[in-house]
Design a protein around this ligand. Structure first.
Ligand SMILES: *Cc1c(COP(=O)(O)O)cnc(C)c1O
Length: 218
């Protein structure tokens, strides 16, 4: 399997113009594919399983910025906290506390995004608005909350997706006004292969794209 270089160049150009950061989601794809994209100058990659991330990270150049985009279990935090660039899916206070603790042990301040529950489905993880306000008030010295992350409902109804993204952007703007020392929302991580254009129209400034670059996953 090879990467789609044409798609990469055109998406990258489109995103650069709009000052949106591209996280290339390389989950399930081999290190050779990641290297191909790396050799085109790309550095931000997203993975969603801890073991897979560790395996890949040790085989690949260490100037790659690894984004953890999946559901992170608290007992795995210590495995990635020393090197991860940004943890996108912080979906509970318990997880945030664990990251804070382990970050402290490794002498780092770890950048995180709080995952917000925007989809109507019950299965998605994340905070609601009230919980976000509580998190904001709680100061954790070793985490820096850089913004919010969300995933739309799994649906073909793009109007519904757009509405969910819009609601998240409104929430993001509200949160951004209430900055505290470790809560400074600047990043809004929304949008994947199927909906990134809508996400950007609705204010996203970081998209996580996998299959358009690496091909569909088996
Ligand atoms: C897999 C994944 C993506 C990328 O999905 P594509 O449809 O392949 O672009 C983005 N975000 C998260 C959280 C993912 O797990």
């Amino acid at each position: 399997m090879a990467i789609n270089k044409t798609a990469y160049h055109s998406i990258k150009k489109e995103l650069d113009l709009q000052e949106v950061l591209l996280v290339a989601v390389s989950k399930t794809k081999p290190v050779e594919d990641i290297l191909e994209l790396y050799n085109l100058g790309h550095r931000d990659f997203g993975e969603n399983y801890v073991q897979e991330l560790l395996e890949k990270a040790k085989q690949l150049p260490n100037d790659i910025r690894w984004h953890f985009i999946g559901h992170l279990q608290t007992n795995k935090v210590k495995l990635i906290v020393s090197f991860v660039q940004l943890i996108h899916g912080v979906d509970s206070l318990k997880l945030l506390k664990e990251i804070n603790k382990e970050a402290g042990k490794s002498g780092r301040i770890v950048d995180c995004l709080l995952q917000v529950h925007i989809a109507q489905e019950e299965t998605k993880f994340g905070f609601d608005e009230k919980e976000l306000n509580d998190v904001q008030m709680s100061g954790y010295a070793n985490v820096q909350i850089k913004g919010l992350m969300g995933m739309a409902s799994f649906t073909d109804d793009m109007d519904k997706v757009r509405t969910e993204f819009r609601n998240l952007k409104n929430l993001f703007d509200k949160q951004a006004q209430l900055q505290t020392s470790n809560f400074k929302p600047q990043i809004l991580s929304v949008g994947m292969s199927s909906d990134y254009k809508i996400a950007i129209e609705e204010g996203s400034n970081m998209v996580r794209i996998g299959s358009l670059l690496f091909g569909t996953r088996g």
